[in-house]
Design a protein around this ligand. Structure first.
Ligand code: IPD
Ligand code: CA
Ligand code: CA
Length: 257
């Protein structure tokens, strides 16, 4: 149904990944958008390439991109783009970052791609068609208990303003789970729950471009995604809990809302 959209997103993510890889370990300038929030020439050139590919293919669609904000006409068809998710990792040559492109129709995410150019891992999904990693079908894990679960989280850039709440939640989960990671790119964290490398992931204050693409990849792989109170997903939620579905209720309890 969205063949042209998927193909456009695929090619745009591959091109953006090629651009990002060219700067990897080789950055001339790193600017700060906030105390911890970085932006590099790779973020900007990646976004330029993705936006131009999408605008060329779908000139009437709306674009919401991290660096340039809302662009184009107001439309029911929206592209939600993180040109480089995991910029802190990227700036430190830590090979865990991605290009993330989600596509929405009538406020529902219907397609998404997430591409990690260093590992050459390409995750993709279209509504009703399953989720794939490098063209192979993927599914969430069967882990049924938190004590057997490997879970991940992330922290907002302004963590200093709400560290008690965040550390409180982290402590409740860390003592129950088998293991915990903080990989550093929310879009890939969601994909790792989708292919069973992780059993769950939570984070607060994410932005639509962090979660749009990953959300459809996760749900098409059989996962569940909500906010910390169990409310159904939309990319503008203030908090995100994504799991293999089996541990969702237990994780919700530990979110402590
Ligand atoms: C960040 C990453 C990180 C998450 C932050 C995000 P950025 O995105 O996804 O894992 O913890 O909350 O802002 O700034 O690298 O695109
Ligand atoms: Ca991001
Ligand atoms: Ca980004």
């Amino acid at each position: 149904m969205y063949n042209k959209e998927m193909e456009t997103a695929r090619l745009a993510a591959l091109e953006a990944g090629r651009i990002i890889k060219g700067f990897y370990g080789n950055l001339e300038e790193i600017r700060k958008k906030g105390k911890r929030d970085l932006v590099t020439e790779a973020d900007l050139l990646s976004e330029k390439a993705v936006v131009s590919a999408i605008t060329k293919a779908f000139p009437d669609d709306m674009i919401i991109a991290e660096e340039g904000g809302e662009q184009g006409k107001i439309s029911d068809r929206k592209w939600v783009i993180d040109p480089l998710d995991g910029t802190t990792n990227f700036a430190h040559s830590f090979p865990f970052f991605a290009v993330s492109i989600g596509f929405m129709v009538s406020d529902e995410v219907v397609a998404g791609v997430v591409y990690n150019p260093v590992m050459d891992e390409f995750f993709e999904a279209e509504k009703g068609k399953g989720a794939f990693l490098n063209k192979k079908s993927i599914n969430v894990s069967a882990t049924a208990n938190i004590r057997d679960a490997l879970v991940a989280t992330g922290f907002p850039y302004d963590i200093d303003k709400k560290s008690d709440e965040i550390i409180g939640r982290l402590k409740r989960i860390i003592v129950e789970a088998q293991g915990l990671r903080r990989p550093g790119a929310a879009s890939i964290d969601l994909c790792y729950v989708a292919n069973g490398r992780l059993d769950g992931f939570w984070e607060q204050d994410l932005k639509p471009w962090d979660t749009a693409a990953g959300s459809i990849i996760l749900t098409e792989a059989g996962g569940e995604i909500s906010d910390f109170s169990g409310k159904g997903f939309n990319p503008w939620l203030k908090s995100i809990l994504a799991t293999n579905s089996h541990i969702h209720n237990d994780m919700l309890r530990l979110m402590g809302i």
